[in-house]
Design a protein around this ligand. Structure first.
Ligand code: NAP
Length: 288
């Protein structure tokens, strides 16, 4: 089969991409640790089980790559996968990377460099997802349960993007592998506007009627929160430290890449909130 292997194909970005590619008549193979029974286009794929990798890759000529989540060291698993993709002649890999550079995570940079170095392979450097403000993401879950956002990012701003706009950009690059990526082999993908957590809280409050307050905390407390939610100490420290970068203005950026690639401007945060307004309803649970 020529077509696209979509890793993370059941996730927020991957599932939107699958829908778009199917809409364009592109054959898709949906990778998941738990493929839906009987679906012809589903394949079992687990980063932690390298035996599943070659079969997932066999016969496809394009790959959407969602690297292993919750780790600062993706290369031991993704490196051999990319070598196999190269051996099988995969023409295009589109990596879902991040605009944020995780501190003390050289392996993530190495992964992006490896993809970028190959002609026709592309890195999407995605800004923070608007979907982080929806449950089940811990930030969204805290808003739903407690009406608050706890952050160490101060007044720093982020060019929040709707994951569906990342999928739209990826679909352009994957539907037709002849579409040229940027010369650098990567695209910074953001929403239309950079917003602080205060800005976000104000928009959610105004559009849903649910008051959302912002509680300023330190980076150490944020890391402890992530650990308490089950994240490894190493990864918790790295993602908490990202908020230092936001506070310092490192994520205060917007690009025109979604418009340039898709011909359509990225969704605004206000429109995103309007569309999902019921998801922030007070569920009446006691605070705790
Ligand atoms: N959230 C943000 O602000 C942000 C910003 C920039 C970049 N990113 C990147 O976006 C990626 C997440 O994308 P998303 O939010 O669209 O995904 P998501 O909704 O969190 O879903 C995770 C996906 O990964 C798959 N997955 C989980 N563990 C796996 C494993 N061991 N082997 C194979 N697949 C596995 C899941 O598939 P199954 O459960 O079906 O196996 C699912 O499809 C991460 O790499 C993150 O670094 C996120």
């Amino acid at each position: 089969m020529t077509g696209v292997l979509v890793t993370g194909g059941t996730g927020k970005t991957g599932s939107a991409l699958v829908e778009l590619l199917r809409g364009h008549g592109v054959p898709v193979r949906v990778a998941s640790r738990h493929p839906s029974g009987g679906a012809l286009d589903a394949v079992r794929f687990d980063w932690a089980d390298p035996a599943t990798h070659p079969a997932a890759l066999r016969g496809v000529d394009r790959v959407f790559l969602v690297p292993p989540v919750n780790t600062v060291d993706p290369m031991p698993l993704v490196g051999p996968f990319l070598a196999e993709a190269q051996r099988l002649g995969v023409r295009r890999v589109v990596l879902l990377g991040s605009a944020v550079v995780l501190p003390n995570a050289p392996s993530a940079l190495e992964l992006a460099a490896r993809v970028r170095a190959r002609p026709g392979w592309v890195v999407l450097r995605a800004s923070g997802f608007m979907q982080n403000f929806l449950s089940p993401h811990p930030v969204g879950e805290r808003i739903r349960r407690h009406g608050e956002i706890r952050t160490a990012a101060g007044d720093g701003r982020v060019g929040w993007i709707d994951a569906r706009d990342i999928a739209a950009a990826a679909s352009v690059l994957l539907a037709d592998p002849r579409v040229e990526p940027s010369e650098q082999g990567d695209h910074l993908l953001t929403g239309p506007q950079a917003l602080s957590y205060q800005d976000v809280a104000a928009i959610i409050s105004a559009r849903t009627g649910r008051p959302v307050r912002v509680v300023r905390i330190g980076t150490d407390e944020q890391a402890a929160n992530y650990r308490a939610a089950g994240t490894s100490a190493e990864f918790a420290a790295a993602i908490a430290a990202v908020e230092d970068g936001i506070r310092a203005g490192q994520e205060d950026q917007v690009s025109t890449a979604v418009l340039d690639l898709t011909g359509r401007p990225p969704r605004t945060f206000a429109a995103f909130v309007q569309e999902h307004a019921t998801r922030w309803a007070d569920d009446g649970l006691p605070e705790g």
